[in-house]
Every structure is written in C-alpha cells, then in structure tokens.
Write a protein that binds this ligand. Structure first.
Ligand code: URA
Length: 230
C-alpha cells in the first residue's frame, strides 16, 4: 500500500483552531518538568492568548507513518498549538510533505490553514517548549510516557521518521530497543521489532542555514520511505 493512496483525513477533524487533546496527551498544566513549567508560566504572562501548553500530535492516529520532532519552538508550535506550525523548521517540513504527496492543501503557518496530512502523524519527543529549544535528557524522559501512549495508539503504524538524535533516542527507548545497536545517522534505516525507523537530520534553521541539511537531502529521506513502502 502506498502512503498517499491510503487513508486521507481532513486535518480539521483532528486538530483545527483549537487543538484537540487525546488520552495520550499531557494535561494543559502538566507539571512533570519544573523548568518547562516555569517557562510556560512566564510565556503565558508574556504572550497571553497563545497556545502556551503541551502541543498535541497532528494527523490521524491511524496513519502508517509517524514523524517525531524534538520539541515545540517558542513562537511556532508553542504559539499555534500544532507541531512545527509557525516554526522555521515547519516551512521545510510541510513544503516537503506537500511536494512528496504526503500532505494536501496549503501550509499557511497556522493551525487553521486546513492542511491535510495523508497517512502521516506528527509529534514531538518533548511536548512543551524548552528554553533555547534545548530539552534536557531528564525532560525527554519525563515526556516519554506520552510518546509511548502515542505510539501505542497508532494501530496501523509501520514507519517512524526521527528528526535528529534526540528524537531517534526517544523512539528507541520508547520501543525498548538498544541504542548501541542503532546509531543515529542521516538517511539511516533501522529495522526494529515492530516498525522501521528512518533518521534525518532535524530540519532546523541551524541545520538548513549551515548546509548540513539541504531540501534535496530531506526530500530524499521521504522518497526512500515512500519507495520502500510501495
Ligand atoms: N517545532 C516542533 O514542533 N518540533 C520541532 O522539533 C521543531 C520545531
């Protein structure tokens, strides 16, 4: 079964203007990480009227492909309430999904743009925005139960794409796989017990502006996923 031809779900059915929380999401005032809780309180004061809460996944839970990012950006996903939406990294991610047929519609950097993911779901290893975009290993550990539930709630999941080392390690730990047996590398493919894990450098501003990740390199990872699933 090819990804784009299978399930198609309107984004608005799952997440629209108001992010829809599911049982796999932390509560709005989750207090598992003291540093992130304090940062969230500060952001609610500084930026009232923005999402400023854990960011739920985007896309249908019965998708076959799960993309795992790092954590919401302050003025991107943390403002919009949708992963990568309004973030610099989202420009490249959503452009690539549209180009490869894994999304339909228009990406307008807002959660109500009507963008439709096709058999894809997107989440983050850490649900709350961290200062300077850097979650600590402890924070990633605190957030892991939500990734475990997220993955457990995807009955048709076959493929995971990890964006960056932290997401890669979070996925391996979530699935009970050995990190020593599966080293992160851009373009690497890891056959795990239950799913196939693909790695890409994170599509961050830093990685794209330094040339570590080009749009062509990023598209090639998605093409590889689609070819192998065809
Ligand atoms: N925005 C997200 O939602 N996740 C990332 O990893 C980066 C930006």
């Amino acid at each position: 079964m090819r990804f784009p031809n299978s399930l198609k779900v309107e984004a608005g059915a799952f997440i629209g203007y108001t992010p829809v929380m599911s049982f796999s999401d932390p509560e709005r005032d989750c207090a598992l990480c003291p540093r992130l809780t304090a940062f969230r309180a500060e952001n609610r004061r500084t930026f009232p009227g923005r999402h400023n809460a854990p960011v739920p996944a985007f896309g249908a839970p019965d998708a076959e492909l799960l993309i795992v990012g790092l954590a919401p950006g302050l003025k991107g996903a943390n403002f919009s309430g949708r992963p990568f939406t309004g973030d610099y990294a989202g420009d490249l991610l959503y452009e690539t999904l549209l180009k490869t047929g894994l999304a339909e519609g228009t990406y307008a950097a807002r959660a109500d743009d009507g963008l439709c993911l096709k058999n894809v779901r997107i989440t983050n290893a850490v649900r709350c925005v961290p200062p300077e975009n850097k979650p600590t290993p402890e924070e990633a550990g605190n957030c892991r139960p939500f990734l475990i539930r997220e993955i457990g709630a995807m009955p048709r999941l076959r493929t995971i794409l990890a964006l960056g080392l932290i997401a890669h390690n979070a996925v391996l730990k979530t699935l009970g796989e050995k990190q020593s047996a599966h080293k992160f590398a851009h373009g690497a493919v890891h056959r795990l017990k239950t799913v196939t894990l693909y790695d890409s450098y994170h599509c961050s501003r830093y990685n794209t502006q330094t040339g570590r990740l080009t749009p062509e390199m990023f598209s090639a990872v998605f093409k590889k996923i689609l070819e192998r699933r065809a």
